[in-house]
Design a protein around this ligand. Structure first.
Ligand SMILES: *[C@@H]1O[C@H](CO)[C@@H](O)[C@H](O)[C@H]1NC(C)=O
Ligand SMILES: *[C@@H]1O[C@H](CO)[C@@H](O)[C@H](O)[C@H]1NC(C)=O
Ligand SMILES: [Zn+2]
Length: 429
């Protein structure tokens, strides 16, 4: 009992010392009424380097986080051009503290009910070192199906590892490969359980033996470990990697999802202070090189490449410059299959998934991982997932994770992925 109180005290204390940098930051919901307003909003966002949680378009409200000293000018500028807004969260720091408190509570309950079963729990979002250790443990424990690959080191020197999961160590050259990559963007924590769920089901539970008999899997749970750790230890809303050496030196990080070599630098930011800074050149970052190497090593065998992000309940395919690949009808059909399966098992309060071209549904962009992957694998399937922004009763929303949703996020997304995997085998896609 004393121990529990002690932990409670420590965690509450830590919670209150954190997130000071977000004191007074306001999350705005913004509505645009034509595409010119949407474009002007992007200009405003770039002028003030605001933190876009989601872009506004004609179908969906955008969410933009604004520092206290910019609130007035932001409200004035968008009102002048006819954009309307509401205040979603007045002081986001309170929600960040709440997320920490919910996570601490979930961890305590999880520890109390911990069983001897091997595997990571789906009660909390695990840190990088825990996941990294786990990948090694899985490979040691299940050497016949799982191998760990040291794929390279991050900017700060963390080892980037992924699992190869296969019934015969990738020996059948005709067997399709599916790649699942998560956490390219640091703050998108809810993507981690998707990778962990797939590992659990394929390797440990062995729930669907056909999926490992017919398919080889590559699962990269944390593609951006430095950014991910920084989002835990310091700045919760960190998106980029942790590259330094730019001017001004206070501006750190490259947006890895603008750093790939597909129309690089044409619809992204040249400003190191921006959240969509594309870096000095395509593949300037070791983290994006890891993904490039996976794609080039298995190029001829990859039947589906999934880059998992949050948020928006979307399954997107290329290209982000509005061109669509020649096989977009197949991309759309399999995407809809996945979406319908997830919708059938999702929590009712979350919206249905939408499927489509990323530029049409979201916005134009360049250097995007999923687009580069699409070109690399030709007429096979490349998707960017945007997982649901589950909103709980306390209004935890957007990138913030309600611990109660972690298990469901892993479960429902895997349900969708399984449908595509079986379609690939059945139709030899
Ligand atoms: C829960 O267990 C983990 C692993 O043993 C430990 O690191 C962590 O401190 C524990 N948390 C609490 C709140 O007891
Ligand atoms: C794995 O098996 C356990 C025990 O049957 C079950 O509780 C769990 O939901 C299964 N799947 C995952 C991903 O943990
Ligand atoms: Zn993302």
């Amino acid at each position: 009992m004393f121990k529990v109180l002690f932990y409670l005290f420590v965690s509450v204390y830590l919670v209150h010392a954190k997130h000071e940098e977000y004191q007074g930051y306001t999350l705005y919901g913004v509505t645009v009424y034509d595409s010119s307003q949407a474009d002007q909003l992007i200009e405003i966002v770039e002028r003030y380097t605001l933190d876009v949680w989601s872009y506004a378009n004609l179908e969906t409200e955008g969410l933009i986080l604004v520092a206290p000293n910019l609130k007035q000018v932001f409200e004035d500028e968008i009102s002048t051009i006819g954009i309307t807004y509401r205040i979603d969260t007045d002081n986001i720091k309170e929600k960040l503290d709440l997320e920490d408190a919910l996570m601490a509570e979930a961890e305590m309950k999880s520890n109390a009910s911990r069983s001897d079963r091997f595997g990571l729990s789906f009660d909390v979002i695990h840190r990088w070192s825990v996941v990294d250790r786990y990948l090694i443990d899985v490979a040691n424990r299940f050497p016949r199906v799982a191998r760990v690959v040291n794929a390279g080191r991050s900017v700060e020197g963390r080892e980037i590892r992924y699992l190869r999961i296969s019934s015969n160590n990738f020996a059948t050259r005709t067997k399709p490969v599916i790649v699942i990559q998560c956490m390219l963007h640091a703050r998108e924590w809810v993507t981690l359980p998707v990778a962990l769920w797939a590992i659990q089901e394929l390797v440990i539970n062995n729930t669907d033996p056909d999926l490992i008999r017919d398919i080889d899997w590559i699962i990269l749970p944390i593609a951006n470990p430095d950014g991910y750790e920084f989002s835990h230890t310091r700045t919760r809303m960190w998106r980029k990697n942790r590259r330094t050496g730019f001017t001004p030196s206070s501006c750190i990080g490259v947006d890895l999802n603008r750093n790939f070599d597909f129309i690089w630098g044409t619809a992204s930011s040249n400003n190191p202070c921006s959240d969509t800074f594309h870096g000095p050149r395509a593949f300037s970052e070791p983290e994006s090189v890891v993904t490039r190497n996976i794609l080039s090593e298995f190029r001829t065998r990859i039947a589906m490449f999934l880059d998992v992000h949050s948020f928006g309940s979307l399954i997107l395919f290329g290209f982000a410059n509005r061109q669509v690949p020649p096989h977009s009808a197949v991309l759309n059909r399999v995407g809809v299959q996945m979406a319908q399966r997830i919708d059938a098992v999702k929590w009712p309060q979350n919206r249905n998934y939408r499927v489509g071209n990323s530029a049409q549904i979201l916005y134009q962009a360049s250097g995007v991982c999923g687009d580069y992957a699409q070109v690399a694998i030709g007429n096979r399937l490349s998707y960017t997932y945007e997982l649901p922004a589950h909103r709980n009763l306390n209004n935890i929303n957007g990138f913030l994770v309600d611990p109660a949703f972690i298990r469901q996020a892993g479960f429902e997304t895997w349900e969708g992925i399984k449908v595509a995997a079986r379609t690939i085998v059945r139709e030899r896609l």
